[in-house]
Design a binder for this molecule. Structure first.
Ligand code: 9PG
Length: 604
């Protein structure tokens, strides 16, 4: 099947594969994306913005077709056409590559820039798709926008575009790289989709590569315009050098749920995702013992699990936050773990379970020994001022500068100890967004995504075949490293949030509560078993020490079960009634496949 071609159509040159067609308007410097003979996205351009400098767009400047070439890559066999912007003298050379693949209903776009001048240039962002007018037939007021959030605690949601966007303040969104807020503008991280629920047609637009640049997709109600940008964060391009954006997938669709899953397949292929081949079932200390967890608590639950293998056939016992001396001092257990962490892991192994450990390796607490010894390891907010990634654990917690070689050596020491000396089989690495904040690092030529990515690659290298659960992490650059990922804010022993968000402007759909957790879990169904195993967060089965009603506990259990993802219980097992324990038993074995929320685009 190879009807992939660049042809001369009535309206000028067009690249087509029989499923989707891109018409190229060289004089205007724009292109249209057609499906079933209809222009679904029209009059789109591409551009690049320099740091503190001008922006260049193909719109108005025009482009010419600078060659076509067959490609074979993670997405299959394709044909790539390069559209080269007609630059004025002294302007950088900018191009957009457009690729279609055999049998795939999507277009892949990538912008790039070459520095033709004698001086370095600094690139801020690329727009692989700029102001593409979306036409779904009906008026825009009835449409909805699906948007992914910055990290796994962030909201993933479908909003009516007749209303307004949710604003996601730090620490849930990376600050500063936002298009200007304006009425009727909806901003997604990594991937978004415009859908007309009346006809079930729409456009999915998302970046399928994400290791080097963070990216956003936004929709403007006014002009029904779709734009997608990836951020180079001001890195330098030397004379004669080139830099590319991440690769953007755009897909007009009459089946948006399937298209979203198709996006998941594409990003998984491109990023070489590593979902775990088996279901993960276990117990976690956090949601009952919190920071008060002790060696005795672990031993008591371990004993219970060993005696109730038939009822609770779990494999993993995971120690969460509370064992460490301080945030940063991961290798120093506190007085609640007098025998040390290697000993606890040994006890877990002796009873036939695998051992998991929580760490927040990209945070450095103001009260830690680590910070006392290495104040220069923090990313700076302004010269001389450490970047506060979060105030938690009654202290300022700073972002670790992951571009420093000595920090990478320290990471190696921490994880070699955890895996090779203590012999943990599983890590939950948390608050990872701290490594990707927008601050001053020792290497100014690494993007936020690169600083973060290189550090998690290092952790993966040390972990080898052991299980990595990501938490509090930005989504895109984590793919290909994490075996499992939290996909929600934290569950809690209560239904609705108890507190207003601490950060001004942060949506209260992103704060700790069981309602928020299960809402997000349903929306992120498309990630499961594609880009990683979804972790819907823990089951809380108990009937005491909780404000959850029986119906709320049943709802939580239902969503965890339907997620098909990981299943960790977090109760004091020794206090559970047999009826409540049965609710955990019913979740095993994990089914492994995610349910699909069929009315995702129809209702909240
Ligand atoms: C341990 C916990 C558990 C939990 C993690 C994470 O946005 N916030 O302020 C925020 C704080 C803590 C938090 C999530 C969000 O919890 O998700 O499972 O490991 O850390 O401290």
């Amino acid at each position: 099947m190879s009807d992939l071609r660049l042809e001369q159509g009535e309206r000028g040159p067009a690249l087509t594969n029989g499923l989707v067609t891109v018409t190229l308007n060289g004089n205007k410097g724009t292109f249209d994306i057609l499906s079933a003979g209809r222009a679904v996205v029209s009059d789109a351009s591409a551009g690049v913005s320099l740091r503190d400098g001008p922006a260049y767009t193909t719109r108005g400047a025009g482009f010419h077709i600078d060659g076509e070439r067959p490609v074979t890559d993670a997405l299959g066999r394709g044909l790539e056409v390069v559209l080269r912007r007609e630059p004025d003298e002294h302007e950088p050379d900018m191009a957009l590559s457009v690729t279609l693949y055999e049998g795939s209903p999507h277009v892949i776009l990538r912008a790039d820039v070459a520095n033709r001048s004698a001086a370095p240039i600094r690139v801020q962002s690329f727009s692989a798709l700029e102001g593409g007018r979306v036409d779904l037939g009906n008026p825009v007021e009835g449409w909805r926008f699906f948007e992914e959030g910055w990290q796994n605690w962030s909201v993933a949601v479908v909003l009516p575009v007749s209303g307004e966007d949710l604003y996601m303040a730090p620490p849930v969104v990376g600050p500063t790289t936002q298009p200007d807020a304006k009425p009727g503008r909806f901003v997604a991280e990594l991937v978004g989709a415009v859908v007309d629920p009346a006809t079930n047609t729409g456009v999915v637009a998302g970046f399928i590569s994400a290791a080097d640049q963070f990216s956003q997709v936004w929709f403007d109600r006014e002009g029904s315009a779709l734009t997608a940008a990836s951020y180079a964060d001001g890195v330098t391009v030397e004379p004669g050098q080139r830099l590319s954006s991440e690769r953007l997938l755009v897909q007009p669709t009459a089946a948006p749920l399937a298209a979203l899953q198709g996006f998941g397949d594409a990003i998984a292929a491109e990023m070489q995702a590593v979902p775990w081949p088996e279901p993960i079932e276990g117990w976690c200390s956090w949601y009952y013992y919190w920071q008060g967890v002790s060696e005795e608590h672990i031993m008591a639950n371990l004993g219970y699990l060993a005696e109730h293998r038939r009822e609770l056939p779990v494999e993993y016992v995971q120690i969460d936050d509370g064992y460490q001396a301080e945030i940063g001092d991961w290798l120093t257990p506190n007085e609640k773990f007098p025998h040390g962490m290697g000993w606890v892991a040994g006890q877990i192994h002796q009873r036939g379970f695998k051992a998991g450990l929580w760490l927040a390796p990209f945070m450095i607490g103001a009260k830690s020994k680590l910070y006392e010894e290495h104040p220069d390891w923090a990313v700076q907010y302004k010269p001389g001022k450490p970047y506060v990634a979060m105030i938690n654990w009654a202290q300022e917690c700073y972002s670790m500068d992951l571009t420093r070689p000595d920090v990478m050596d320290w990471l190696e020491k921490v994880f070699t100890t955890v895996f090779d000396e203590w012999k943990f089989d599983y890590i939950k690495i948390d608050f990872l967004y701290a490594g990707a904040v927008d601050g001053i690092r020792s290497n100014p030529n690494a993007t936020r995504a690169q600083a973060y990515r290189r550090a998690i690659e290092k952790i993966r290298e040390i972990a080898g075949e052991r299980f990595i659960l990501g938490c509090g992490h930005p989504m895109g650059p984590s793919i290909g490293i994490m075996n499992g990922s939290r996909i929600s804010p934290d569950v809690a022993p209560f239904w609705y949030p108890h507190e207003r968000p601490r950060e001004e402007g942060r949506s209260d759909l992103s704060t700790v509560s069981t309602f928020n957790a299960i809402r997000n879990t349903m929306v992120r169904f498309w990630m499961h078993d594609r880009i990683w195993l979804n972790d819907p967060d823990c089951m809380l089965a108990r009937g005491t020490d909780t404000a959850l009603t029986l119906a709320e506990v049943q709802s939580l259990a239902t969503v965890i079960g339907l997620s098909g993802g990981m299943m960790l219980d977090s109760d004091n097992l020794t206090k559970l009634s047999p009826e409540r324990r049965d609710m955990i038993s019913m979740l095993q074995p994990v089914y492994g496949k995610s349910a699909v929320p069929l009315d995702l685009f129809q209702s909240e």
